[in-house]
Write a protein that binds this ligand. Sequence first.
Ligand code: DP6
Length: 334
Amino acid sequence: MVNRFMRAVATAPANIALIKYWGKKDARLRLPANNSISINLSDITTTTAVEFLNELSDDMISIDNETVTGDEKTRISAHLDRIRRMAGIHLRAKVESKNNFPKGTGLASSASGFAALSLAASTSAGLTLSEKELSILARLGSGSACRSIPSGIVEWKAGTSDNSSYAYSLFPANYWNIRDVIAIVGDELKKVSSTEGHAAVKSSPLYKVRIREMPQKLRQIKAAIRNRDFSEFGEICEAEALNMHAVMMTSKPALIYWMPTTLRVMHQIIDWRSSGLESYFTIDAGPNVHALCVADDALKLAGRLSLIEGVRKVIVNLPTDGATLVEGTDLMDY
Ligand code: DP6
């Protein structure tokens, strides 16, 4: 039995989308235009402690030891309001959140952040939510966060209403021994947030075609994962990333998230592939490149990526479990 208003600590992974969420059919509810599929990443995580306290007159939020203010605070407090409404409480919360990845890498993840916040805050408020309920709650904070709740390789069902739009585990974390090796390129904050980018999507003439092809793409990637067919899987992932970025680049205003190093890394991955090191790239709304490979190739790939001019850091991830409560852990350990 969970005590009401205890301090709760949760940790959640970021995720990399293989089939991507770009465009919403309902912005307020964050209902996506299409289903998406992602992998939870072992080495990019957020850990968040939440406590609802009598003595507070306002939410007190810190991320990586810095007090959060302005729009970021408004978005997080709005999420806490959802949880307060569900629990029937009015207390303000103290929220301390820590990322295990360095600042200024363009990795800052609303997915791991809202997933960890949803689990920690709902637990602290005395709620015991199912995985589906938690995924729905996290989605309202940031769409991709709903995919950081279940484990392993995850599908977010677009749904048609608040209750029918949530993520579930397609395959457990240990289903397939693959890796996601991130080449960190960016050190600037995104100029255009993904929330703004989603809103511009319909201005791209390519968007309709993208949506039309989605059902077939989703069927194909699920079959490739089921069969552990890495070449087929990688080709679908790479083509899908290029497809989403083509939509971004042809939106008004045009969104160009790639930097010169992004392109250098993409070309290298293609070259290495033709000479026997098989990996495929995917890229979310930023300049960092995720190189997908089988486990045996991860160290070789990481070594080569780290030597490319402009690559600042390389992080090797394996598929991992979704958000979990951390028992008896001091947040300072993170
Ligand atoms: C390109 O989940 O960050 O990473 O719901 O507005 O917070 P909001 O958007 P967000 O969008 C993620 C976009 C993406 C693709 C993906 O993760 O599927």
